[in-house]
Design a protein around this ligand. Structure first.
Ligand code: AVI
Length: 327
């Protein structure tokens, strides 16, 4: 049912291209240079991330899938609680592969809930609105297309039911730790006492395992990073020469920060629309952080955001955690 999509496109529509342009210019004018990895996900980036999730070294997806497949009943029972009606909200739903395990179980057990996937991509939302009611008959779904917090506000305005928010895939790791804490607090501020956050978090493990996941042999991660330069070329009228940038992935087992950089191989100038950006040989662009946590760090993060960590579900290797935090 396509009509359940609530699009905010008609509301204040700040030109996305301009926001993208402003962010790119700000980042590349800074010292040191950086780009925001949220811009990795254009159509090509989505495809590359799909490939990454299927590649041998990228373990987080398989770990979280294992948790959702093996611990379905436990997770669902924790979510269902006393059995009152609730809204199951997913931030960045993608193709909903993981959440489908839960949706299927909840439907089979006649839980009284509505699924509200939130995604910045209108394609994702219309796809879910159309396909999920077919694969999961009886599912009540209201796709919300827009920014996470705008859509959480919207979700609260259309229903006052208990809320269970899912933020999976260790997306929380793509923010610097301070931002991640602030993000969790902001989620908390959009919720009421008793509401829940089901959050997927990648844990610290053998450094070689982590680094390999972000330095795959096929070079998908490298293309995933370079794709952002290609996107800037295409969408912002720029002239990056991709062959003059090298992908440099790192992992620091001490801090748990897995970071990727693109290194300029030569002194070079890049034009972005009317702006010129100078690169020195060996100068880097900081592209992405994928933070890894200890379990106790995740508990501290819950506490700082005024949540109570009430449940923890692990894969068999204990590489990944899906935690339930209660508001
Ligand atoms: C989406 N996000 C959780 C992925 C990650 O693991 O940080 C993005 C990614 N970057 C490189 N590989 C995958």
């Amino acid at each position: 049912n396509m009509d359940t999509t609530l699009t905010n496109a008609e509301l204040s529509k700040p030109s996305k291209t301009n926001q993208f342009y402003d962010d790119v210019i700000t980042g590349l004018s800074a010292t040191p240079k950086y780009l925001n990895s949220k811009y990795f996900y254009d159509a090509n980036g989505d495809k590359l991330f799909q490939d990454l999730m299927n590649c041998e070294e990228y373990y987080p997806t398989n770990c979280e899938l294992e948790i959702f497949a093996e611990k379905t009943a436990d997770i669902c029972n924790a979510i269902i609680g006393d059995g009152d009606a609730f809204d199951l909200i997913e931030l960045g739903a993608g193709d909903a592969t993981k959440s489908s395990y839960l949706l299927k179980y909840l439907l089979e057990h006649e839980a009284n809930f509505t699924y509200l996937p939130i995604d910045i991509s209108s394609n994702v939302i219309s796809y879910l609105n159309i396909t999920l009611p077919v694969t999961l008959p009886g599912l009540q779904i209201t796709g919300l297309n827009g920014e996470y917090f705008d859509m959480l506000t919207q979700a609260a305005s259309i229903s006052n039911k208990r809320k269970v928010v899912m933020f999976l895939g260790s997306n929380i790791g793509n923010m610097p730790v301070n931002d991640a804490e602030r993000f969790c607090l902001e989620v908390r501020n959009h919720l009421s006492a008793g509401d829940m956050l089901l959050i997927g978090i990648d844990l610290k493990k053998n450094p070689k395992t982590v680094l390999a996941a972000y330095n795959d042999k096929e070079g998908i991660t490298k293309r995933f990073n370079l794709n952002l330069l290609e996107r800037i070329n295409r969408e912002l009228n720029a002239d990056f020469d991709l062959s003059q940038f090298e992908h440099y992935p790192t992992y620091d087992p001490e801090t748990g920060a897995c970071k990727s950089y693109l290194i300029s191989l030569i002194d070079q100038k890049v034009n972005i629309n009317s702006k010129t950006i100078n690169f020195l040989k060996d100068e880097y662009i900081f592209m992405e952080i994928s933070q890894k946590f200890t379990v106790s760090q995740t508990e501290q993060m819950a506490e700082k955001a005024s949540f109570k960590a009430v449940n923890a579900f692990y894969d068999s290797k204990k590489w990944f955690l899906d935690a339930i935090w209660q508001a």
